[in-house]
Design a binder for this molecule. Structure first.
Ligand code: NAD
Length: 342
């Protein structure tokens, strides 16, 4: 049995909580220290997870030589500085998606990790989504023939950019949800994106004072000839049963797959308190233990640190994802198809 590895979490907001619940319950791992700029939140998280070490200064956390690895769960555009410092301090790093919002930032983090010999993984957790895994296995087994077309719809209600994320006006739905969509396209086709054409509109959210596009409709061409259509929006009605809508279909030369991962499809309850559609797929609890594919990917990273394994998501996956997302923004802005630069 390997010795215990100690983990830190930097950024303890909405998704940081998933990292906290995973490390604090994973065999072979210890949640050693947590960091956030928001001291009230930090105190609350420290109490919630029984952590005695907490700080508002990530440098202080990184100075602890006994910490083996950290998760960086700060807003999309604030990953580089912390991840580079963590790698330079000799910590393995799990980065929330997207890896970063510029190719330069990705390169800086990859270089720092390589120079220190630490693991660097981006949390593209849909690779642990049972439905996506099922489609991937069909593709790998050749049961779909040659993959031809893929359609991914991953949309949020307007609650996400207007209430959940304080920083939505400094990001876009492409960074936030398009990162998952593009990772699925690259992974399921096992191919690189050559060209993108995207159309976006900025009417609803800007009208509400949140300076970010409402949606992007994107056509993606792959080097091997496959084509994907990606739909990402941040303006669905809050009267939807759940915060996101997630559907994917893959059409191959011989087979077709449909997945509906919208969580309200899995469990619906109706009680005197009203209807409810709890998430039992992404982040949940089963038999008192955190579960769901959002937890599973973080467990995988923890196991890679504990047992010195290679993460299933490579640094190239993070870099290529950001390259495509940059091209999608450029295309939406110029109104022209954009070749992905390599
Ligand atoms: N995998 C998923 O499905 C998923 C879901 C939600 C968010 N995310 C990703 O996770 C990241 C965080 O998103 P979130 O929804 O948790 O946002 P959030 O705003 O809820 O949390 C971010 C936290 O980072 C803290 N922070 C910012 N700068 C910091 C610094 N220098 N040092 C320490 N703390 C700092 C903020 O105070 C905040 O509490 C983003 O990259 C986002 O795209 C992933």
């Amino acid at each position: 049995m390997s010795e215990i590895r100690r983990f830190g979490v930097i950024g303890t907001g909405v998704w940081g909580e998933t990292h906290l619940m995973t490390y604090s319950t994973h065999r072979g791992a210890e949640l050693a220290c947590i960091c956030d700029l928001n001291e009230d939140l930090l105190r609350q998280r420290a109490e919630q997870f029984g952590v005695s070490c907490w700080t508002t200064d990530y440098e202080e956390l990184l100075a602890d030589d006994d910490i083996d690895a950290v998760s960086v769960v700060t807003p999309d555009f604030l990953h580089r500085e912390i991840a580079v410092a963590a790698a330079e301090a000799g910590k393995h790093v799990l980065l929330e998606k997207p890896m970063a919002t510029t190719v330069e930032d990705c390169r800086a983090m990859i270089d720092a990790a390589a120079a220190s010999g630490v693991k660097l993984m981006v949390d593209f957790h849909n690779r642990w989504n049972p439905a996506m895994w099922g489609i991937k296995q069909k593709v790998v087994a050749g049961e779909l023939g040659d993959p031809q077309m893929l359609t991914v719809r991953l949309n949020d209600t307007i609650y996400v950019p207007t209430e959940m994320l304080s920083w939505a006006g400094r990001s876009t739905v492409i960074w936030f949800l398009g990162s998952h969509s593009v990772d699925l396209v690259r992974w399921l086709f096992d191919d690189e994106v050559s060209r993108v054409y995207s159309v976006s509109r900025s009417r609803v959210l800007t009208g509400m004072g949140v300076d970010t596009p409402d949606f992007f409709l994107t056509i993606v061409e792959l080097e091997g000839g496959g084509v994907a259509h990606i739909e990402n929006c941040w303006i669905m009605s809050t009267s939807m049963p759940t915060v996101f809508d997630f559907k994917l279909e893959m059409i191959g030369s011989e087979g077709t797959c449909f997945a509906d991962c919208s969580s309200h499809r899995m469990l619906q309850t109706f009680t005197p308190e009203g209807p409810s559609y709890p998430d039992v797929a992404v982040r949940t609890e089963v038999q008192g233990v955190p579960a769901g594919f959002g937890v599973h990917s973080i467990r995988h990273f923890a196991d890679c640190v504990i047992h010195d394994l290679e993460p299933a998501v490579s640094v190239a996956d993070g870099l290529e994802n950001t390259r495509v997302l940059v091209a999608i923004h450029e295309s939406a802005q110029s109104g022209q198809p954009v070749e992905v630069q390599r």
